[in-house]
Design a protein around this ligand. Structure first.
Ligand SMILES: Cc1cc2nc3c(=O)[nH]c(=O)nc-3n(C[C@H](O)[C@H](O)[C@H](O)COP(=O)(O)OP(=O)(O)OC[C@H]3O[C@@H](n4cnc5c(N)ncnc54)[C@H](O)[C@@H]3O)c2cc1C
Length: 339
């Protein structure tokens, strides 16, 4: 839709629910939408789709929402692309948001392109930065381009809404504030909840050990492991300190470890308290997935490795020498502490 067609205002977040619970990425995007709305002087609305929500939707007010719209229907018990597209399109047409933010999860990546095409507007996928242009008030959508080697800032000057997806963990959940808002349960026509697409079964693609995005510590291995068995050492350390196991893309491509473990531009974004990278050079595409970690420990035998430029702790040497010593040291210290 062209902006002169209607009066577009406000920011709408397409929230995500899983098993009728609000997913953390919804809080991340609500917080970011609040920052943007404060600059623009507009409202933030959050849309939630669920069969029957088990979390309290009004909690989102404390994280920046002014309005929460909860659409509940038995057909939403399992994700169905057709129904999700129908609902989001209907809400956009009723609310006329100027900006729409959605998570770049499987759901967001499936629903948003269809809705953008139907509304004939632009969509910038996998944004790593969102700002408001102080002169034009437009959404500045920044994302890696040309294989991650440049950061491109994209604008949608004419069509509305301006739509962007953001990968989980890109923005931090803000501290909750004492604020309130309006909770609405919109009633949509019956046909909104039917679709020629049939969802039969959904199965989450997870690496062993769960989703690495939920872990406080991540231990990752790269091509410097030189052989698939090298991940045994990575897993041993990870298990010892209750960490998730991450990996660089070449190790996934070589089938040393499965894709859900991949960290980076074409893998997952993680923001743990500690990220340990062993035998990873630190290519920009890998850094795109882990540079917001609070503490970065890097093990590399090359003193010039780019990963050392962002590391808080740099261990220069052979990982097959350093990792076993680190594991042994942790074990000994634990034994001594436990008497
Ligand atoms: C569009 C695009 C998307 C991409 N997406 C991703 C992505 O999501 N994630 C990702 O990781 N990459 C991604 N890449 C690939 C990226 O450019 C790099 O090629 C990759 O990150 C390199 O992986 P690596 O560090 O494991 O391997 P290398 O670059 O080969 O580095 C291996 C490192 O191990 C060190 N080393 C070797 N032996 C030892 C030893 N015994 N002890 C200690 N250190 C040792 C070496 O000094 C070296 O620094 C992408 C590329 C493109 C073009």
């Amino acid at each position: 839709m062209r902006k002169e067609d209607r009066n577009f205002q406000g920011i709408l977040v397409f929230g995500e629910t899983r098993s009728n619970k609000i997913h953390s990425v919804t809080y991340e995007l609500t917080g970011k939408a609040r920052n943007l709305a404060d600059v623009k002087g507009c409202e933030v609305s959050v849309l939630l789709l669920a069969e029957s929500l088990r979390d309290d939707p009004s909690d989102l007010f404390r994280f920046g929402a002014d309005k929460v719209l909860v659409v509940q229907d038995p057909s939403l018990s399992i994700f169905n692309q057709g129904i999700a597209v129908n609902v989001l399109k209907a809400i956009i047409e009723a609310e006329n948001p100027e900006i729409l933010l959605a998570p770049a999860t499987t759901i967001g990546r499936t629903v948003l392109p269809s809705v953008a095409a139907m509304l004939q507007t632009g969509l910038t996928a996998d944004c790593t930065g969102l700002e408001i242009d102080p002169d034009s008030g437009l959404l500045l959508q920044t994302r890696p381009a040309i294989g991650g080697n440049v950061m491109a800032t994209i604008k949608t000057p004419v069509h509305r809404p301006q739509m962007a997806t953001v990968r989980p963990k890109t923005f931090r959940i803000p501290a909750p504030r004492n604020r309130t808002g309006t909770l609405i349960y919109p009633t949509l026509p019956k046909e909104t909840f039917s679709s020629p697409i049939q969802s039969i079964h959904l199965q989450r693609a997870e690496g062993d050990g769960g989703n690495i995005q939920d872990r406080d510590c991540v231990v990752s291995g790269g091509k410097g492991l030189r052989r698939p068995e090298g991940f045994r050492l990575i897993k041993e350390l990870a298990e010892l300190i209750d960490a998730g196991v991450g990996a660089s893309r070449p190790t996934v491509e070589a089938k040393w470890i499965s894709y859900p473990h991949q960290v980076g531009l074409s893998g997952k974004v993680v923001a743990p308290k500690i990220y340990l990278a062993a035998g990873i050079s630190g290519a920009v595409q890998h850094l795109a997935g882990m540079q917001t970690a609070q503490k970065i420990i890097a093990i590399n035998k090359d003193p010039e490795a780019p990963i050392f430029r962002i590391a808080d702790v740099a261990l220069c040497g052979d990982l097959y020498d350093i990792l076993p010593r680190l594991i042994e040291r942790i074990r000994v210290e634990r034994c001594e502490r436990n008497g």
